[in-house]
Design a protein around this ligand. Structure first.
Ligand code: FMN
Length: 158
């Protein structure tokens, strides 16, 4: 399965996670401004951090517009959300939900949902039917768990 990752990242944390995942998957990785390149891949992974009070990372604002012009027919989508559950526990990784809504409107198939076990937060729009919509990483509070979370997620992706 030809795979690529597109990320939006303000201070480089999500960019770093995208690169770590890409290395393990031997996949391509781009900033989200290059989202048009998604047309060449079977599995498209979208990664974002969350800012403000539950807002999608800024780079995605214009990238989502471009995404509307990409034909996602037959493609699979997986999501990565990066956030801080201690300081922003009531909007934890909400940005992932914005990406999901657009991906869903494009008729894609979502893969790679994950359990919320091991996280401590009060609310997140990125939880559906008791599961996170994708891989959730918290480098601010749980960086020691990141390697295992990435590996487990990748193991369940294919
Ligand atoms: C002002 C500010 C607002 C934030 N808002 C949220 C939030 O609403 N939800 C969340 O999960 N994380 C929030 N975060 C945490 C960031 O998403 C987190 O630090 C992330 O690692 C930043 O990744 P980036 O460098 O790739 O953008 C916020 C951080 C800051 C400084």
């Amino acid at each position: 399965m030809k795979t690529c990752i597109f990320y939006g990242s303000t201070t480089g944390v999500t960019e770093g996670i995208a690169n770590r995942v890409a290395k393990l998957l031997s996949s391509d990785v781009f900033g989200c401004s290059e989202i048009e390149k998604a047309k060449d891949y079977d599995l498209v992974i979208l990664a974002t951090s969350t800012w403000g009070a539950g807002d999608l990372q800024d780079d995605w604002d214009s990238a989502l517009g471009k995404m509307q012009n990409v034909d996602f027919n037959g493609k699979k989508i997986a999501l990565i959300g990066v956030g801080d559950q201690d300081s922003y526990g009531d909007t934890f990784v909400n940005g992932m939900k914005n990406l999901y809504d657009v991906a869903k409107s494009k008729g894609t198939t979502l893969i790679g949902t994950t359990s919320t076990d091991g996280y401590s937060f009060s609310d997140s729009t990125a939880v559906e039917n008791g599961m996170f919509l994708g891989l959730v990483i918290d480098e601010d509070n749980q960086s020691d768990l990141t390697d295992d979370r990435i590996k487990n997620w990748i193991g369940n992706l294919q």
